[in-house]
Each structure stands twice: as C-alpha cells, then as structure tokens.
Design a protein around this ligand. Sequence first.
Ligand SMILES: [Zn+2]
Length: 643
Amino acid sequence: MSGKSVTRRGFLQTSAMVAGGGVLVPRGLWALGQDAAVDVPRSNNHTGYEKVEWKARPFPMAQVRLRPGPLKDMQERDRMYLYMLPNDRLLHSFRLTAGKPSTAQPLGGWEAPDGELRGHLAGGHYLSACALMYASTGDESLRLKAEAMVQALAECQQPNGYLGAYPENFYDRLKNHKPVWAPFYTYHKIMAGHLDMYVHCGSQVALQTAQRMAGWAIRWIAPLSDEELAKVQMVEHGGMNEVMFNLYAITGEKRYLDAGYRFEHMRFFDPLAAREDKLAGLHSNTNIPKVIGAARGYELTGDERYKGIAEFFWQTIADHHTFAPGGTSNNNEGWSEPDTSGTHLAAGGQECCCSYNMLKLTRHMFGWKPDARWMDYYEHLLWNVRAGTQNENGMLMYYVPTVPGGWKTFGDAYDSHWCCTGTGSEEYAKLVDTIYFQDERSVYVNQFVASEVTWPEKHARLVQQTAFPEEGRTSITVHAETPVAFALRVRAPHWAEGIAVSVNGRPEKAVKGSDGYLVLDRTWKSGDEVEVSLPMKLRREPVVGSPELATLAYGPLVLAARMGRDGLSQDMIDGSEGPSMDRLPALPLPQFEADKSGLWVKKDDEGSLSFRTVKQAKEMELRPLYQVLDERYSVYWQQARKA
Ligand SMILES: [Zn+2]
C-alpha cells in the first residue's frame, strides 16, 4: 500500500471515533452497480414491486451500442483494463480469508493483503464493471471471466452467508467502536457487484450469493438497538440501504425492504428531509450513496419523505456545492459552507466517485420527471469530470484538481485500486446507459454521442452520428421496417442558442416543450434523417461567492488554461502514489482583464477546440479540460487588479 494510502488509513483509524461526532469519515469510496433493478427489462417481471415508476426509462443497455468516437475509445480502454486483472489475483484475499490455498501474487494498493478495504474492487466493483461492460458490448468472454469469479467467490462464502476478503472480526471492531476502515462500505460493493451480475448477466449463483450475504447482514444488525446502530453508522457504510432496496426490488422479499429501512442513516437524512443544508464538514462520498438509497426507497414505497430528501439534496449540491467542472468535494473529500467553492481550490478536490454517484442520482431525478435540466447537469459532469479522468492506458484518476497549476494523476493497474478506480471502471463500462430514454410514444435523445439504439416495440432502430463535442451538431437517422409513429425528443441544451433542426434536409420548426426537449412528433419512415445544429459559444461563468474569480466554457466544455510541464515528470503523473502537490507547489491564478464583452479569450480556427488569450499581460492557450491529460492547468481565473 502506498505511503499516501497508509497515511489516509492511519487518519481514518485514529478518527473513527471522532467521526462519531458527525465530522468527516475520511476516505470516501463507493460505487455500486447501477440502478440494479431499474434497468431490468419489464419482460423479466422484476419491476412489479415499484410503487413509483419512472415516467421515462432508459433503454436496456444491451439495446444501445456506441459507435466510433471518444466515448467508444473510453469504453474500449476500460474493457482492456478489465482483462488485465487476473481472476486468481483478484480472488487471493477472499481465498485466504476462507481458509483456502492461494499462490497468486497479491494485488497492491487498497487491495493489498493488509489493506482494510480489500475486496471492495476485487469482489465488488470488478463484478459490476464486467456486468455493465457485458450489457454495453455483449463481450461474452468477459462475461465468462466474471461468471468464473462469481463461482469462485461463492466457494469462499461462509456457511453463515458472510463473504469478504477480510475476516468477520472487522465487524466486531465496528460493533465495539474500535478503529476500522469501512467494513459495510466494502460489503455493499460486493453485494452490488453480485446483483449486477444477476441483473445484467443473469447469474443465478450471483443472486444466491447476494441473498445469503444479505441474510448475514440482517442477522448482524438485528440485535443492535437504534442507538447502537446509529453509532455504527458513523463509519462509512456505502449504500447498504440501496442494495437492500434493490434486492427487495428483485425478489419481492419484505425482509430486504425492512433491512433497507434499518440501514437508513437518520442522522444524515433528517436535516435533508427538513430542507436544511447541514452538509458542511461532512464527507461527500460517504453520503451520496445513501441518497441514491433514498431515491430507491421512494420508488419502492412511494414515501414522499424519501423523494424530498433526494430532490433537496440534489438541488443543494448542484446550486451550492459544485466546482466549475462539476465535481462536489473539497480538499478533505467533504463539503464546505455553501457557495464557497472559490475559496477551496485544491489538488485533492472533486473526488471522481462523487461525480459518478451524482450522475447515478441524476438518472433517478430524470426518471421521475423528465426534464432537460437534469441532463444538462449530466452532460456537464460527463464531459468535464468523467471524460478525461482516464488515460490512454485505461488507468483512472482519484481527484480532478481545481488548484491553479494542478495536474491529473493516474493510478496503476495493480497497485492503486482506489475507490475511484472502482467507480471509474464502472463508469466507462456503462457509458450507454443514459444516452436514450423512452416512454410509450417517445424516445429521448439525452446525450449527443455517436451511438445507435434498437427499439423492438416500434420495430425501429435509431442511429446517431456526431463528432460532438468537437462539433456542435448531431444527426439521427431512423431505420424502420414499416412507417412508425413516435415523438423524437431531442434535448435543447442550456448553452445552445439558435438551435436549428432539419428533416431530410428541409428546415423544420421543432417545438421546445416545457421539459426543455425539442419535439418532432410524426410518422417516420426508414431513412428519415434529422439534423440538429447545436451552436456552441464561448462564455464566462461566474464563481458564486467569489466575484473576483471566473471560469470559461465553450458549449458544455469547461476550458483549462494550459500551464506547461515545467517541473512535472512522468512519474508524478502516473503511478500508485496518487495525487499530491507535495512535489510541486501550486502556481498563481492566471489573471484576466476582460474586454467589453466580458471575455479575454478567443477561439482559434473553426475546426479545433483550442483557444487563446487576447490582449492580456501574459498570453495563454486553453483547451477543454477533458483533453488536458499531461500538463499543469487552471480552470479558474482571477480578475487583474488595476495598477
Ligand atoms: Zn473515490
């Protein structure tokens, strides 16, 4: 385990009790397969337990395929990464814990044999990522590799249902309030990985393992009083409420619903239910998964309290606790006072897991009430803090720095295994899951991504061709056996002014509905082609609470001022050490003097996404943040003081 991680873990061990005071529970992580039950096709008869159905639902992932483009490249690099991890190495600590022999070389980083989070990726995220990748690509050999993992893990499961890469006595430490990292956090990942293997790959063994694991957890918490449980819940426990709700959604067994209630973290939920922002000082990624659990709770029970919690939380984060690129956590992986992000620029902010989880939560919001604003937010995070957090070798980031002069750092294939490695490996495996949604007579084009979707109910297939965001346009072609009536709903993004639509080359007046989608409702015949131009403009964005600061965006893309590689060696970018500014101090914020339009930058020529400053004391070049991988940068600018 890297020195950095040891430091983090050490901090956690000494602060586990302190955390009982409601301050940070360090080291967030988290993952979770996605909305397990939500994505199960209706024909599988698994959605009968929902009290609240989504008004629009994603197309099953198996019906959506990426076409060549930047997202397809990301998916492919992730697929290669999943193949790089040998099953025997992933299984090593599970086997030793179960008293079975293993001669495999142990993994390092947070999966090291003495790592207190071991198993979170090996038996959790990894299964989720493989299941999602199978759904996204149909890669049968990857499914078989993951199914072999499921089988081997089942052989490690104890007769009492316990499954872990460390012994049960970690939970004794938890119960006795002795320092321990985050046992239920890991437990949640492993359960979620198995549920994803059931949902996306049909693994009955995985479902049995998850149910037996749930049984163990239910028996573990049963004797605890509410007060004792509340104490235990001060240690990070991921989305235990959510995974129990998802198990109920799949099986209909009420004991899982009850367990979901039991794992609910009242102390965190109560202020949210009262619409109070008491987030300052709390660890971000510890808590976001609980809210996803609240969203599932609402869907399965109809309880409006859960809905209120999820909606208030989402709005509070989006309005008051978000950095310009879209991430939410500060340098302590936590939240600060509202509207203070400009005073918390750091190397270690915007933890990737938080963005991953906010995207998941956003899908629920959209499902309840389809509206472009959710998908604008989704797009913003997708292009600024998810794209560009994976390097050419498929290695993943932990934080996206906001400090001026910060740079991106990428983990190691075998010796990192951070929380964000886990969620990142899932993210790039499920890039197809939100591009298109549907209701009975509409298809929603939420994201502009080269892709295609089959729609068997309409005997139709839609192909989206685009080089977005390299260019501000997309086209959608209908393929259908016979003419078919449906409404094509295309998101009109908040950043696009003067959107133009044409059908088969003829300009068309598309009506923008109150949901922010352009609606083309007609009978379509095969070969019909819809062209949508999405003009992007350069604009200045304010930093709420810091009027002297500003950022720049072009369409959905946050721009980064390039600050070169001086002092930066490759080993500071790659490797298991993780992000650190210890070896290179931050740089001063770039200064700007705006012209009459409020800007100080212009775009280079038409075809490229490069920009440069105009009439500034210091000339600088800018690129979209997602394209800046191996140099120092700043997305924040400071207004120059008049001499
Ligand atoms: Zn993380």
